[in-house]
Design a protein around this ligand. Structure first.
Ligand SMILES: Nc1ncnc2c1ncn2[C@@H]1O[C@H](COP(=O)(O)OP(=O)(O)OP(=O)(O)O)[C@@H](O)[C@H]1O
Ligand SMILES: [Mg+2]
Length: 253
């Protein structure tokens, strides 16, 4: 199983949309995918219709009160399972920090070690934050990708994330690989293309694939459908297909 974290300190840059659509497109290419919601907002869980407070969630994995297979939910796309999250993650994060009897950063990694052969990929949709659950996601990952929207504030927080990636790589997870920034909500313009060049200079790696801005994306989230199901011919559907292919190419598959 190859694990990738989708992360940015900024909100609204397309982390959740990217996690869901990448999971779907990797599934379409023949993979089994585990999608972990690592955000107390629970947007991935809501999209996948498995957000609730009655069943176990990622909080239980972090607290050690359930294994990942007890928590994961089989959803309507046959080859994708989801580990849901909800607001209890806020409290779970605090409890992890208070409990010094067990390692705090490697709880997701340890639980994933037990299911290495069950899935081809695990995608972790992170919160717009660097908290202990997000650090757990990085420690558990082989790869990390940063979705970015090119605007005046695009670079805010990227330095901090790159630093965090470096620290996690140095102290906890030497195999962690920065796959690159993914430009989302792309609108063709000179300004945007200049922004992408600056981003390349700033962080070293920007993926070839860009995801176009289109209203279809928002409509697909309301419909609870991956973009390529909702509107197969729209640019963003093609974008996420290309992203899945580019990711597999970059990791040598
Ligand atoms: N390519 C796109 N074109 C148009 N709208 C988009 C695109 N990608 C994402 N959006 C819209 O932008 C909003 C934010 O997307 P998303 O929820 O994926 O961001 P996020 O980074 O996960 O946010 P948060 O940090 O709050 O979790 C959503 O309303 C979504 O529909
Ligand atoms: Mg999100």
């Amino acid at each position: 199983m190859r694990t990738i974290s989708i992360i940015n300190l900024k909100g609204g840059v397309g982390k959740t949309v990217t996690s869901i659509n990448m999971a779907y497109e990797l599934m379409q290419r023949g993979s089994r995918v585990l999608l972990i919601d690592c955000d107390k907002q629970g947007n991935t869980s809501k999209f996948m219709k498995c957000h609730n407070y009655d069943k176990k969630s990622l909080s239980d994995v972090l607290l050690g009160t359930a294994g990942i297979m007890e928590v994961s939910v089989r959803i309507r796309f046959a080859l994708i399972d989801v580990v849901p999250a909800n607001m209890s993650l806020l409290k779970a994060d605090r409890q992890v920090l208070l409990d010094t009897t067990k390692p705090q950063q490697s709880r997701i990694r340890e639980s994933l070690e037990q299911i290495q052969n069950k899935y081809t990929y695990c995608i972790i949709d992170c919160a717009p934050d660097i908290n202990i659950s997000v650090i757990n996601a990085l420690v558990a990952s082989d790869d990390v990708m940063i979705p970015v929207t090119i605007d005046k504030f695009a670079f805010d927080g990227i330095r901090e994330i790159l630093e965090q990636i470096r620290d996690v790589k140095k102290y906890y997870n030497p195999k962690l690989e920065f796959i690159g920034c993914l430009v989302t909500q792309y609108k063709k313009s000179q300004l945007c293309d200049e922004g992408i060049k600056l981003l390349e200079e700033f962080c070293g790696k920007v993926l070839e694939t860009k995801i176009n801005w289109t209203q279809v994306v928002s409509r697909s989230t309301f419909a609870g459908e991956p973009i390529s199901v909702h509107s197969p011919r729209c640019g963003a559907a093609g974008g996420y297909k290309n992203l899945a292919a580019e990711y597999e190419r970059r990791i040598g598959r």
